[in-house]
Design a protein around this ligand. Structure first.
Ligand code: NZQ
Ligand code: ZN
Length: 388
């Protein structure tokens, strides 16, 4: 196990009706004026917007608002948000929505006090010195952005989708009410659940040998998602299933499962290139890329893959032919994705295969991706071809 420092500053407020506490929470954080940031309008349809505004008004918190965040959030809206926050002397950014809204809020929060171009953080590796605080009310169980230190933004010019990490953009509070996810379209529930699984698998495939505790925590969290995702799809109003998924999304990506180990992340980097050009739902893209990545790299550590498919997916190891266990396991996982309505090929995702070279090259913009097995441009192309 590697040395580590673990700190999670996000206060989590979990459960039914908790969005009504948002105004009071902001007052306790000492903020006076917030940017209310949201997406394409689902929060207005569901009535969440009205409840949030009421809570802000009752607590005496003034606000300006900026909606219009799209999935795979864009840099141009981040610039607008930065300008608005500066003009209005905003002192906290409140994201109400999914990972896209929270990521956009985080980018605005680091951009406001920075004199240069906020994109510098995403493509030059410049580390911010400070940021406005971010708070969030989550409406989809998926990315874990509600407690993560990252933001993923797409720059329209060149369709570059880049991530950046900075510990001080972890939200200061996250309101997690599983009831808010009941209105999600089935495809978004499934895509979000697949993303949670991918975050767990990215961490599972590590070269660090003695990490039994975090292995077991990852395996257990994965089994929870595998069990409750079909239940939530069949019975969207099942609060208990929604609650398990929401807490799993946060646990999967708040850093606790990174402790003492180094995750991989090549599948994410390759999927981001698909999302940048074709604007697909992130989790759906991962349902296509992850099995292909597994096929391309499993020979690096067959024993770890056998353990994974045995402990998580219940396959009996074939000691004479461990490769068969792995390939059978990948097929079981692909069938699971299909059963929840996810694509497992580029064609099923609606993505043509005539720009694979371009995506492979873009994935390596700052060198090979992935820690378990370094994925070069050539290897990324091999993986993308396996997605067909
Ligand atoms: O925009 P609205 O109208 O709100 O609709 C959204 C959107 O169309 C809808 N939706 C969300 N909650 C809803 C709802 N519809 C009805 N009822 C609700 N309760 O769902 C659609 C998808 O929303 P989005 O925020 O895009 O989904 P998700 O949370 O999956 O976020 C995906 C983005 O996060 C990035 C992805 O790359 C992608 O850009 N990621 C961020 C990470 C991070 N910051 O740590 C890590 C991840 O690996 C990921 O890369
Ligand atoms: Zn993800």
């Amino acid at each position: 196990m590697k040395n580590f420092v673990y700190e999670s500053p996000t206060k989590i407020i979990f459960g039914k009706g908790t969005e009504l506490q948002v105004g009071q929470e902001i007052v306790e954080k000492g903020a006076k004026k917030v940017l209310l940031h949201y997406g394409g309008g689902s929060i207005k349809k569901t009535g969440l917007y009205d409840r949030v505004v009421k809570s802000l008004e009752e607590a005496g918190v003034s606000f300006v608002e900026l909606g219009g965040v799209v999935p795979n959030p864009r840099l141009s809206l981040v610039y607008k948000g930065i300008e608005l926050c500066r003009n209005e002397s905003v002192d906290l950014v409140l994201a109400v929505g999914g990972g896209s809204v929270i990521d956009s809020a985080k980018a605005i929060a680091v951009g406001v006090p920075y004199e240069g171009d906020v994109w510098d953080f995403f493509d030059k590796g410049i580390v911010p010195e400070t940021a406005l605080p971010v708070g969030c009310i989550l409406t989809i169980s998926a990315t874990g952005s509600e407690t993560s230190a990252s933001s993923v933004i797409t720059k329209e010019e060149g369709w570059l989708k880049h991530a950046f990490r900075y510990d001080r953009i972890r939200p200061t509070f996250a309101i997690l009410n599983p009831e808010l996810t009941i209105t999600l379209p089935a495809y978004q529930t499934a895509s979000g659940g697949t993303d949670i699984m991918a975050h767990l698998m990215e961490r599972y495939f590590t070269n660090e040998p003695n990490v039994d505790l975090t292995d077991r925590l990852i395996e257990g969290t994965l089994q929870t998602v595998i069990k409750y995702l079909p239940i939530a799809l069949k019975d969207p109003e099942n609060y208990d299933a929604r609650a398990e998924l929401m807490w799993a999304a946060t646990i999967a990506h708040n850093g606790i499962l990174d402790t003492g180990r180094i995750g991989d992340w090549a599948s994410h980097r390759i999927e981001h290139e698909i999302g940048a050009i074709y604007d697909v739902a992130h989790g759906a893209g991962l349902a296509v890329v992850f099995p292909a990545w597994m096929k391309a790299v499993y020979s690096h550590d067959v024993a770890r893959f056998v353990r994974f498919f045995h402990r998580v997916w219940g396959l009996e190891p074939d000691f004479w032919n461990p490769e068969k266990t792995v390939l059978d396991g990948i097929a079981v996982m692909e069938n699971y994705f299909r059963s929840i309505g996810m694509p497992v090929t580029l064609e099923e995702l609606g993505v043509p295969d005539d720009r694979l070279e371009e995506m492979a090259e873009k994935s390596n913009w700052n060198g090979p991706v992935g820690q378990f097995v370094p994925i070069t441009t050539e290897k990324a192309l091999e993986i993308l071809k396996l997605c067909r």
